[in-house]
Ligand binder design. Sequence first.
Ligand code: ADP
Ligand code: MG
Length: 336
Amino acid sequence: MGEFDLIRRYFTRPSPGAVVGVGDDCAILQTAPGMQLAISTDMLVEGRHFFPDVDPQSLGHKALAVNLSDLAACGARPLAFTLALALPSADATWLEPFAAGLWALADAHGCELIGGDTTRGPLNLCITVFGEVPGDATGPTRTHALLRSGAQAGDDVYVSGTLGEAALGLQHRLGRLQLVAPAAAACRARLERPTPRVALGLALRGIASACADVSDGLLGDLGHILERSTVGAQLDNAAVLACCQWANSGIDAQRVRDCVFSGGDDYELVFTAAPAHAAAVAAAAHASGTPVRRIGRIDTLPGLRVLDSLGRAVAASDSGFDHFAQADHTQTGIAA
Ligand code: ADP
Ligand code: MG
């Protein structure tokens, strides 16, 4: 199978939303009046972000999911994506399930594959997604996208879904932690098939003051919001731990804690909203079918404090995953 057969067979489908899709030198997208393009790229490298023996269908899902998660964090509606692929060989037994996982998630979000690049090389996947958000760059707000920069002192801090499960799944896969059957399956599923919170991101437009997706760990990604917004935050220790159903299940408490606060690959949304919008946040969570939990409050004191029920500081490592800060470069399963 040659390069162009491969593209035709696995990665070419009608893309009615695009003016020009796969097959020309550029794809062409028409932007709607009053809308802006939100664009994000994420690369997945074998041995770095996924295990060499990962199920290709899950990999197809995850490659797109991590990109859709960035659109979700901006409150952008997915439109289209491009796929750059380096493959060691044109292996149909790998390409078939990989494409199936990719298309299933793409179809679920109405996100069209409009182009890409295909080359021989060590397995490497790079997807760029294009989404749309309302906005007028000449107006006072410039965009209605959710940004990291809008958090204000007094805002509540929320997180969607669950935290730490993907990191627990990774620790289990690496043999550093023994999970029993139900936890192992749940955590592995979260590691390999994350759910991008697209509907929640859309529902939070006009409600959340700042938003980011949790790809590198809660403390790290919330830290990005604090930095961009030049504010600080205090988190309720118990509320954060309540985001993980395995927190009191007998698994080593410190390990669970590290995974919940600092583990990567959750692809949940961490966001802030004024207390006056608390009911609107609950309505957005309900309308999008996404559980949301309040975990703390923004304040003016820089930095991040984790407090127990008596208001005493609880030690928490404050860094998210940084590909160049960590000594252990053999770790895999951490994306974005
Ligand atoms: P060019 O040489 O002009 O960059 P290519 O010959 O590499 O174009 O690709 C031919 C067409 O196939 C282009 O429209 C390109 O966007 C598309 N394409 C290449 N690889 C992929 C892929 N993995 N998925 C989807 N479309 C692809
Ligand atoms: Mg090319």
